[in-house]
Ligand binder design. Structure first.
Ligand code: AMP
Length: 183
């Protein structure tokens, strides 16, 4: 993190750490799943987290907040409201009804495809991308490609937590990437 960035509030980081449930061997053996549902269930913490994820981008003239299905949706919608921005769903293949752009990508567990509506952005759209966990970075990288393919400009990425051992940030080096908690 560069010196010019303000670190997330240490008390908030501890509250987040305490509200994430580690579930071993889910959804497949060998994966330690970081379950954010206890955090979402705490009204004050949910609000404080979405405020803190939005804050670094408050002056960036964000026009749209893109949420990655599905846990990214839960965080992105309130962040879009905070930033007075629209919401763009980045969905798994076959879910969006309109014309789409599609991208395949590798996951920490398995592989998948993501889609965006082709009319989700206009020239000049400034998009902040939101997800719960940055792991290998494949999901986020595919999302960046999709947003740029449909004409959006990416302002940055804001994650609740980053699994630093998986070095997902290396795939997003050209972007402003923030994470409240590093595990
Ligand atoms: P990746 O593409 O490897 O960065 O994976 C990120 C996506 O997979 C995010 O949408 C996360 O919600 C999900 N994910 C990956 N690893 C985990 C994990 N250990 N716990 C919870 N979600 C995860």
């Amino acid at each position: 993190m560069s010196d010019t960035r303000r670190a997330p509030d240490a008390v908030l980081v501890d509250r987040i750490r305490n509200a994430i449930r580690d579930v071993p061997d889910f959804p497949v053996p060998g994966i330690l799943f970081r379950d954010i549902t206890p955090l979402l269930g705490d009204a004050t913490l949910f609000r404080d987290v979405t405020d803190a994820m939005a804050e670094p981008f408050a002056k960036e003239r964000v026009t749209h907040v893109a949420g990655i299905e599905s846990r990214g949706f839960m965080l992105a919608a309130p962040i879009a409201q905070r930033l007075n921005a629209g919401f763009i769903p980045i969905r798994k293949a076959g879910k969006l009804p309109g014309g789409t752009a599609r991208r395949s990508y590798g996951l920490e567990y398995g592989s998948a495809q993501l889609e965006i509506h082709r009319d989700a952005c206009r020239p000049g759209s400034r998009v902040l991308v939101i997800d719960d966990v940055l792991a290998t970075g494949g999901t986020a990288e595919a999302t960046a490609v999709l947003i740029e393919e449909v004409g959006g400009q990416i302002v940055g990425f804001s994650f609740l937590l980053a699994l630093d051992a998986l070095h997902g940030g290396a795939r997003l080096e050209r972007f402003d990437v923030r994470s409240l908690l590093h595990l």
